[in-house]
Design a protein around this ligand. Structure first.
Ligand SMILES: *Cc1c(COP(=O)(O)O)cnc(C)c1O
Length: 363
């Protein structure tokens, strides 16, 4: 077996320990004689997997009792519709557009009401987070929406926007469990788990219970009505059972790693190795500066498309996989989620230094 360093933005690297445990339990989960994949979601054994996963997530994120945790299907993108359907009582919502995911979410919301774009960083290819300290928040806004870590562009909100008392809704898909978060600052947090927690197909919604309403927009599909999902304990229909089981394992792995405070320190240390080199390199440049830099997704370019292509190809051959940047930014992107060991980042930087030495005459 030969594991590579996988820098994919998602689905992405998972902790080796978790994959090994899952492999060990594939044919016989905890003496049940079956895989979790084959297990009824109405069984006591599965209920325990779900309850433990929820409790471990609550412990890690210090989620207060006033918030519900839902394990749903449909990915993060389905929530782009579910959120306005459940929360747009006045049919007005404010969006801060810091990248493609926030833009897509805002466009989905436009189907249901008036969407105001409070701020955007589209003018410079979303390479920064706009100043959100004094935004023209709409008087009637049902919520203010952000995408907290911008997976494609490598930016992250270093502080939350001033929503002037309005509910904050945040897409945390690509920074989920990468650092501690004060859940009480939000009305709703959600994320697809395939970036930092588990296999694609599961999305986690953390919602303040008073926002789980009977009254939602007319014709909201049953599956997208938070109240129905919450009352059924995420078991209205068959949940993404195997995905939830893997998420539970990752939560326990994070607890063994010392929780989110430790994870943050480790992620800062890892990202610093890469950013420090990018800041001094004469060949590679980071596309994001200063406090807006993501700890999870690090885009960089050489400024020469051919050279970018050569780098990606040679890196692949050296076991450094999926470094191609998103087409809207070009160049490269290293996604260095929780499960990427520091050795992977060090191997990448060593490879880049060598590549710079060999190709430095291009600058
Ligand atoms: C990947 C991603 C999405 C889309 O997730 P899907 O589960 O594929 O719908 C949305 N938001 C962010 C921040 C992402 O990184």
């Amino acid at each position: 077996m030969n594991r590579v360093y996988n820098f994919s933005a998602g689905p992405a690297v998972l902790p080796e320990e978790v994959l090994k445990e899952a492999a060990d339990e594939m044919l016989d989960y905890a003496g049940t004689g079956m895989s979790v994949m084959e297990m009824s979601h109405r069984s006591d054994r599965f209920q325990r997997i779900l309850d433990e996963a929820e409790q471990d997530l609550r412990d890690l994120m210090k989620i207060p009792e006033e918030y519900a945790v839902l394990f749903l299907q449909g990915g993060a993108s389905q929530q782009f519709a579910a959120i306005p359907m459940n929360l747009m009582q006045n049919r007005v919502a404010d969006y801060i557009v810091t990248g493609q995911w926030a833009k897509k979410a805002s466009e989905e919301a436009k189907k249901y009401g008036t969407v105001n774009i409070l701020a955007s960083s589209a003018d410079r290819t979303y390479s920064y987070i706009p100043d959100c300290s004094d935004l023209p928040v709409s008087e009637k806004a049902d919520y203010v929406y952000i995408c907290e870590n911008n997976t494609i562009y490598g930016t992250k909100f270093s502080s939350l926007p001033n929503t002037k008392g309005k509910i904050l809704v945040s897409d945390i898909s690509s920074c989920f469990l990468s650092e501690p978060v004060d859940v009480t600052k939000y009305g709703l947090l959600f994320g697809g788990v395939q970036k930092n927690i588990g296999p694609a197909g599961t999305v986690i919604v953390i919602i303040r219970k008073d926002l789980i309403r009977d009254e939602v927009l007319e014709k909201t599909p049953t599956m997208l009505h938070y109240k129905i999902q919450a009352e059924a304990g995420s078991l209205y229909n068959t949940p993404p059972a195997y995905g939830i089981y893997i998420c539970g394992k990752v939560f326990r792995w994070l607890k063994r790693m010392g929780g989110l405070e430790n994870m943050k320190q480790y992620n800062e240390k890892k990202a610093a190795v890469l950013y420090r080199y990018l800041d001094e390199s004469r060949l590679f440049s980071p596309t994001v500066q200063g406090k807006d830099r993501s700890l999870m997704n690090v885009p960089f370019v050489t400024g020469n498309k051919e050279l970018d292509g050569k780098f990606i190809k040679e890196a692949e051959q050296a076991g450094l996989k999926s470094l191609k940047g998103h087409r809207s930014v070009g160049g490269m992107r290293a996604s260095i989620y929780n499960a990427m060991p520091i050795e992977g980042v060090e191997a990448l930087v060593a490879f880049m230094k060598n590549f710079e030495k060999e190709n430095g005459d291009h600058v």
